[in-house]
Design a protein around this ligand. Structure first.
Ligand code: FAD
Length: 391
């Protein structure tokens, strides 16, 4: 029997079949075959989602062989990349063309397909999530066709393809809007939690990219600032908090402690108050929590199901070591996040049902309508996706 597990080990599956996709033609044939046999498929990227998006008892399709840059449009600063390309490989490959992603998350182990498919983001006022960089996609559909979509000609498909939750087909390639390569100077300091909390608006405004991690055990915050610079890169790249190098060399950190995570996005102006409420909850009711609370910002976008759709956003994440039951902490935090108009990160833990998600996302019904049109037999739905579809 085949085995699959996500990064933390919290989600596991024993599918009837683990298929290693070898080409776009292979993906199309796999999709058609499953549809005809009434079987379901979920694609596995790098397995870094904390939400049960990949587990499936029938077919899990590994996309890692579809990797690399396919073509580059220098004039428009765009590139077609294979969906299984790990972000750590994408940075150096794009750099050869003098191009880069506008932003990246805390780690670079994800595939670009998985990251875009869940609205993965980094931090920075004015910098949108990765789904917002998608300007084209190629999808192997349940009908065995390769559908290519873009915002101009085929916006119906493109609207669901940008943030697709693995539910419209096998994404074989993405066209991404990039920018010229840039260097970042990262600097960090540690201060009292209250001091950093009081300075949030100023730190957001002063820095291209700002985030902090508040540690409940010490009530201290590790503040990270990343600003674009013309300073030369310094090698070997220093430890987190002291780096000056090309963007793709500065963004990623190493996350050694296996954990699970909940993250909600709230409107930018409500971020500081929401953080304060979470801090109070953790301090008073969960004194044993040892992992930090993270605070970041993301620019507004118009991507269907994006947590930053239509609003400048603050994201707040709570973490729990994998050996603890995260349920009590996460459920208590979720109540607070919802009071602050929170929207859950698709790749992390939440306990919402379809009705609650429909109330949060204005484009929820349209997203499902288009998804269903592309995959009427539900070939690309798993238990989790079926559980959140509103009745
Ligand atoms: C240590 C750690 C750090 C993280 N840091 C951040 C961060 O800084 N910012 C942030 O926003 N998130 C972060 N995340 C969350 C992570 O970025 C997302 O969960 C992302 O989706 C993981 O990408 P993946 O390649 O592992 O995809 P997976 O988790 O394998 O898959 C995610 C979804 O995409 C689908 N999928 C993947 N590839 C394809 C494809 N080619 N075709 C169709 N569907 C596909 C899957 O079916 C699934 O539905 C972090 C997660 C971990 C574990």
């Amino acid at each position: 029997m085949a085995h699959w597990s996500n990064w933390s080990g919290r989600h596991r599956a024993e599918p009837d079949r683990l298929h290693f996709i070898r080409s776009e033609e292979d993906a199309a044939a796999l999709a058609l075959g499953a549809q005809k046999q009434g079987r379901t498929i979920r694609v596995a990227g790098a397995g870094h989602s904390h939400a049960p998006l990949v587990p499936n008892s029938e077919v899990i399709a590994d996309i890692s062989a579809l990797s690399g840059v396919m073509s580059v449009d220098q004039d428009h600063q765009r590139a077609w990349v294979r969906a299984g390309t790990p972000i750590y490989a994408l940075g150096p490959a794009l750099h050869q063309y003098g191009l880069a992603l506008s932003n990246q998350g805390d780690i670079d182990r994800q595939t670009i397909g998985g990251a875009c498919g869940t609205g993965t983001h980094g931090t920075g006022r004015g910098v949108a999530n990765l789904s917002a960089a998608v300007v084209g996609a190629r999808v192997a559909s349940a009908m065995g066709e390769i559908i290519e979509c873009d915002p101009a000609q085929t916006s119906d498909v493109w609207n669901v393809a940008c943030l697709n939750l693995g539910s419209i087909g096998i994404v074989t390639a993405l066209e991404l809007q990039l920018r010229e390569a840039y260097r970042l100077a990262e600097s960090a300091f540690v201060a009292d939690g209250d001091e950093v909390e009081a300075r949030i608006p100023e730190l957001v405004a002063e820095n291209d990219r700002f985030e902090f991690y508040w540690s409940p055990q010490t009530d201290r915050a590790f503040v990270k600032r990343m600003n674009e610079t013309n300073e030369p890169a310094q090698y070997p790249v220093a430890a987190e908090g002291k780096r000056v190098a090309w963007s793709f060399e500065v963004y990623p950190s190493h996350r050694a402690q296996l954990h699970t995570e909940m993250e909600y996005s709230v409107p930018m102006e409500r971020g500081p108050d929401c953080f304060r409420a979470i801090k109070e909850l953790v301090t008073l009711d969960f004194p044993d929590v040892e992992m930090p609370v993270e605070y970041r910002t993301v620019a507004s976008d118009d991507v269907w199901l994006s947590t930053a759709n239509g609003r400048e956003t603050v994201t707040i994440s709570v973490h729990r070591d994998i050996h603890h039951d995260e349920g009590p902490l996460f459920r208590a935090c979720e109540e607070i996040f919802l009071e602050y108009e929170g929207r859950p990160h698709w790749g992390k833990v939440n306990y919402l049902d379809g009705e609650q998600l429909a109330a949060i996302h204005a484009d929820w019904d349209q997203w499902w309508l288009e998804r269903d049109r592309l995959d009427p037999s539900g070939t690309f739905l798993n238990d989790y996706m079926r559980s959140i579809r509103s009745s």
